[in-house]
Design a protein around this ligand. Structure first.
Ligand code: MFK
Ligand code: ATP
Ligand code: AKG
Ligand code: FE2
Ligand code: MG
Length: 348
């Protein structure tokens, strides 16, 4: 694959937003390729593979979900192995979080418009005539082209931990800043229980990890993350929209047949605390019962050794179809497979 076609694939998402491909920001974005294709493969070859990493582990049998690089204590490794998540307290400095907050506000005020950025509104607001500024934005996605927000993904403190799960050659695959609004009374501020892998057309799942950082104190009052420990050991479950009376946000698919009796853990976190979790871990977030907009920033990282998969004929086909229909309706663009829409950015 040539450099030009590589970039064309990588900018597929951006073409429809900005009306023009390329440009300095997109030139630095690369699609995550299978390890046999394209220029990304050159970069990959310079690094040890994650397989090599696993085999150099002191605990090859014992540990399946973490790598041996002397960052995690034995207890921390064991905790992630058993539970599928790990909270690191006070990881991201307050000054950095203030920068993300300021940039988010600039984006909401439309002072900056990063290429490829998706702005999501709460369903209650999206379906009404009310279009205020940041109060209408429930989350932004795909901020990989925004240097200010992307500095979250390159934060050395974050990367140090990410490497424990992905190995050293890392791609930032999906980014979000979530601005959970006060619940309107319809419970639409909830995020149903789901597995993030449902949205991702690449594997293996053990080489993917989400970092999610609280931008303020978050507890059950303003809708904390809720996890079902140990569920990362299961398989990807079928997802669809939950049948909630008050409505559900677009693309907020949930697991249909989850066991409501499984014990949940509510993650109470302070500003800067960061949870790393496996893409099969079942999680969601509760209602925001406060008047504030609850903020968190997150990135899904993957090893560059991951490869894209075709979701056709799998339980993930539903999200691909939904995105294709949306694009067709909104922009008249014909069918783009999911694997062409999730664009990673290499951490250089
Ligand atoms: C990743 C871990 C899991 C996290 C969950 C997030 C899922 C992540 C999945 C992906 O990211 S897949 C990878 C690629 N990502 C994307 O393609 C981003 C998809 N997002 C979008 O395309 C736009 O952000 C979206 C269409 C959702 C909103 O864009 P706009 O604000 O320009 O849309 P617009 O206002 O024109 O609304 C389009 C339709 O959606 C409706 N809509 C918008 N926001 C809504 C909402 N929140 N709830 C329900 N409906 C909503 C809106 O009413 C309208 O419906 P109608 O055509 O029937 O009028
Ligand atoms: N029927 C359901 N289907 C899928 N997920 C659900 C369902 N009911 C609740 N959840 C999810 O359970 C998680 C936590 O629920 P929790 O009970 O803590 O929050 P809440 O119902 O919003 O608030 P609270 O119970 O504290 O008043 C959230 O991720 C929520 O979206
Ligand atoms: O509510 C949150 O902050 C988490 C949402 C979430 O899990 C997701 O978008 O995948
Ligand atoms: Fe999620
Ligand atoms: Mg509840």
């Amino acid at each position: 694959m040539t450099k030009a076609s590589d970039e064309m694939a990588a900018t597929a998402l951006y073409v429809r937003e900005s009306g023009r491909p390329g440009g300095p920001a997109t030139a630095r974005l690369k699609i995550l390729l299978g390890h046999l294709q394209g220029p990304a493969a050159t970069a990959i070859a310079a690094y040890p593979t994650s397989a090599a990493n696993i085999s150099s582990s002191y605990h090859p049998q014992q540990f399946q979900y973490t790598l041996d690089n002397n960052v995690l204590t034995l207890e921390q490794r064991q905790f992630y192995e058993d539970n599928g998540f790990l909270v690191i307290k006070n990881l991201v400095p307050e000054a950095d979080i203030q920068r993300y907050r300021n940039q988010f506000e600039r984006i909401c005020r439309k002072e900056v418009a990063p290429i490829g950025l998706q702005i999501m509104k709460d369903v209650t607001i999206a379906k009404s005539e009310f279009h205020a500024d940041e109060k209408a934005v429930t989350k932004i996605q795909d901020f990989q082209s925004d240097e200010e927000l992307f500095s979250y993904c390159t934060n050395p403190q974050i990367i140090k931990y990410v490497e424990c799960f992905t190995g050293p050659n890392i791609m930032a695959m999906h980014t979000m800043l979530i601005n959970k609004p006060p619940d309107s009374g319809k419970k639409t501020s909830r995020h149903p229980f789901h597995q993030d892998l449902h949205y991702f057309p690449f594997r293996p799942s053990n080489s993917i990890v989400c970092a999610w950082t609280a931008m303020e104190h978050i507890d059950r009052n303003n809708g904390c993350l809720v996890v079902i420990p140990g569920t990362h050991k299961g398989t990807l479950k079928p997802h669809d929209y939950p049948k909630w009376e008050g409505g559900v946000n677009i693309m907020f698919h949930g697991i249909q047949d989850y066991d409501a009796n499984q014990p949940r853990t509510h993650l109470v976190m302070e500003k800067g605390d960061t949870v790393f979790f496996h893409p099969l871990l079942i999680h969601g977030s509760g209602r925001n019962k406060t008047q504030g907009f609850r903020k968190a920033i997150s990135c899904h990282f993957a090893s560059s050794n991951c490869y894209y998969t075709d979701v056709k004929g799998t339980s993930q086909e539903i999200i691909e179809k939904e995105l294709q229909n949306l694009l067709e309706k909104k922009y008249g663009i014909s069918k783009i497979p999911l694997k062409k829409r999730i664009v990673g950015r290499e951490l250089l």
